[in-house]
Design a protein around this ligand. Structure first.
Ligand SMILES: NC(=O)c1ccc[n+]([C@@H]2O[C@H](COP(=O)([O-])OP(=O)(O)OC[C@H]3O[C@@H](n4cnc5c(N)ncnc54)[C@H](OP(=O)(O)O)[C@@H]3O)[C@@H](O)[C@H]2O)c1
Length: 286
């Protein structure tokens, strides 16, 4: 069986490719990227590396020839990637792919205010309607992206949040990669929706306790509404689209859409996912 990974030069793609190459014959692995030259190290180990850009469906059809099971990594063109990803699903089907695993988001429902939801919901729908087998890998928020929240709180003595009393089951990118690699290399995950989460849901109060514990100082919790929170991020120098995105994840957390903790990482990988506290403490040592 030939295994494929799109977007294989990105951090998640590379980490997944690494694990897949440890599990199967590299000649049975097709890695695609807009920049296949960035995959030269994998090619040197025997993997087939090919050019594919979702903006050009013909490149996807050509690159995926012979692939049976594919990890389709969502692109970073938030808000404009639905067309790209629908085209990629169609092109993969035309190329003869039989099973697609897709990196989605938890709770891709209209009520979820996270700005990424529409792209992911639309792509999940395209997969369900494609006639192919699918696996939804609904990755929670990456844990490493939250480390700076704790670090800023320690530095400033204030933890500003718009997530209220909500919590999110932050997961490491390494655990997302291990879960994806398992779906690619083992049978039995067809037509399953898998929430890829850390081992616990982490609230702003948990972040506060962590900041106080690690920083050894008092840290004040500041509850902000979405408008004030987004404004604060913009004033701190974040580009507007990014501050809107981060604010929407806070609102999503507040609404409970990111709180579900699943056993999927343990089921897929045979080991527990990494705890958020351990991620933060390890970042402080590096
Ligand atoms: N759960 C989270 O907290 C979280 C955070 C950030 C991102 N994400 C999502 O997870 C995905 C993988 O993230 P990452 O951690 O590896 O970081 P990343 O740097 O955001 O990865 C970007 C990915 O998009 C691919 N891509 C961009 N434009 C493309 C196109 N036109 N055609 C095909 N592929 C395209 C890139 O592939 P090539 O460059 O190899 O072509 C690469 O795999 C992201 O794209 C995003 O959808 C999730």
């Amino acid at each position: 069986m030939m295994i494929g990974i799109t977007g294989a030069s990105g951090p998640l793609g590379r980490a997944t490719a690494e694990l897949v190459l440890q599990a199967v014959d590299p000649r049975d692995v097709v890695l695609t990227s807009r920049r296949p030259e960035a995959l030269a190290d994998f090619a040197a180990r025997g993997a087939r590396t090919r050019h594919a850009d979702f903006d050009d469906a013909q490149t996807v059809r050509t690159a995926l020839a012979g692939v049976d099971r594919l990890l389709l990594i969502s692109t970073d063109a938030i808000g404009s990637r639905l067309d790209q990803q629908q085209a990629a699903v169609s092109a993969a089907a035309e190329a003869g792919v039989s099973h697609i695993a897709y990196t989605s988001v938890p709770a891709p429902v209209p009520a979820n205010p996270a700005l990424v939801v529409a792209d992911h919901a639309g792509t999940e729908q395209a997969l369900r309607e494609s006639g192919l087998r699918w696996t939804m890998l609904r990755n929670n928020l990456y844990a490493h992206l939250q480390v700076s929240v704790v670090e800023r709180a320690i530095a400033s003595g204030r933890l500003v949040t718009n997530s209220g009393s909500g919590a999110a089951a932050y997961v490491t990118r390494e655990d997302c990669a291990a879960a994806a690699a398992a779906v690619l290399t083992r049978d039995g995950f067809e037509n399953r929706v898998l929430d890829i989460t850390g081992p616990e849901a982490v609230s702003a109060l948990d972040l506060l306790r962590l900041a106080r514990g690690i920083g050894g100082r008092d840290v004040e919790l500041v509850d902000a509404d979405d408008h004030a929170f987004a404004l604060g991020l913009k004033e701190a120098g974040l580009p507007e689209p990014f501050s809107e995105l981060v604010t929407s994840f806070g609102a999503s957390t507040r609404g409970g859409f990111l709180a579900h903790v699943s056993g999927a990482v343990a089921e897929l990988t045979g080991r527990d996912p990494k705890r958020f506290e351990d991620v933060v403490r390890a970042a402080g040592k590096s």
